[in-house]
Design a protein around this ligand. Structure first.
Ligand code: ZN
Length: 281
């Protein structure tokens, strides 16, 4: 599940590798992947790739002639560079950007759902696209003060993943950030005191920046399908807390899991397991 550090390293590595490359053709084999119609995809033919950027959890591939391919990987998408072209039977292909020299920038998606998407837009209008215009400030490298940013009567676990509040954090890194700041996932944003808000702000930038440093040291192209995310808490329920040694606990939701340390984060309370309580109803 790619979040800010995973998207950032992809933008950097692929950007370095294909800057200046010329587009030969582009195809969208995904059923509903291309969510724009003007300009058409063949407007890319013959243009050159200027660079790859990131905003929140989105990738932006800039192209000469003021065009940008905006890509949202959603939960199971990957943007990868290949040195040979996808065969017609490759069922993971959603968007194929074919570059000179037989290279191919491929939006792939794993699993049966097709939710990753792309739009080809004039660069100047990207900021007006609602997925970009509604993004909150970037969670890294230097997010603004959290006391105002998170002043909502909603739990931190939910607020930090809300891209309109702060951009870049998802289900994996939120657990690491809240653990690092010693805060309960259910504490409300408007209940943070000034010290807690600042600790959370620092923990956010540090966790995401630390992950990015790790990827900078360890990842080269081709970037693997499954990134080796340096997570110390998320999905490690049952293992000892890296800080205090207490058994990490988890709350299971329909499609994700929230992991936390009862001693470091919830004053010793073990929170209700939603999955279990549903079964007992
Ligand atoms: Zn602990």
């Amino acid at each position: 599940m790619p979040e800010l550090p995973e998207i950032e390293i992809v933008a950097r590595r692929i950007g370095e590798a294909v800057r200046g490359a010329e587009f030969e053709s582009a195809l969208a084999p995904g059923v509903n992947t291309l969510r724009s119609f003007d300009p058409p995809l063949h407007a890319l033919d013959g243009r050159a790739l200027v660079g790859v950027r990131r905003r929140g959890k989105l990738l932006l591939v800039d192209v000469t002639g003021d065009l940008t391919v905006l890509v949202h990987l959603m939960s199971a998408g990957r943007l990868q560079l290949f040195h040979k072209r996808a065969g017609p039977r490759d069922r993971t292909s959603r968007l194929l950007l074919r570059l000179a020299g037989e290279r191919e920038l491929r939006l792939r998606e794993f699993g049966t759902r097709q939710s990753a998407w792309a739009k080809l837009l004039p660069t100047a209008s990207v900021e007006e696209d609602e997925t970009i215009s509604t993004l909150g400030p970037e969670a890294w490298p230097d997010p603004p003060p959290f006391d105002e940013l998170l002043a909502h009567p909603r739990p931190l676990h939910n607020l930090l993943r809300d891209q309109r509040v702060i951009a870049g954090v998802g289900r994996s890194w939120v657990d690491e950030i809240l653990h690092a700041a010693c805060l309960s996932p259910f504490k409300r944003g408007d209940d943070l005191d000034a010290d807690e808000a600042e600790a959370l702000r620092r923990a956010t930038a540090t966790a995401l920046g630390g992950a990015l440093d790790f990827y900078e040291r360890t990842l080269t192209l081709p970037i693997p399908d499954k990134l080796p995310m340096p997570l110390a808490v998320h999905r490690r329920q049952g293992e000892p807390c890296p800080r205090c040694g207490t058994r990490l606990e988890a709350v299971f939701y329909e499609d994700y899991v929230m992991t936390y340390c009862p001693v470091c984060q919830t004053e010793g309370r073990v929170l209700k397991d939603r999955r279990l309580s549903r079964l007992l109803k």
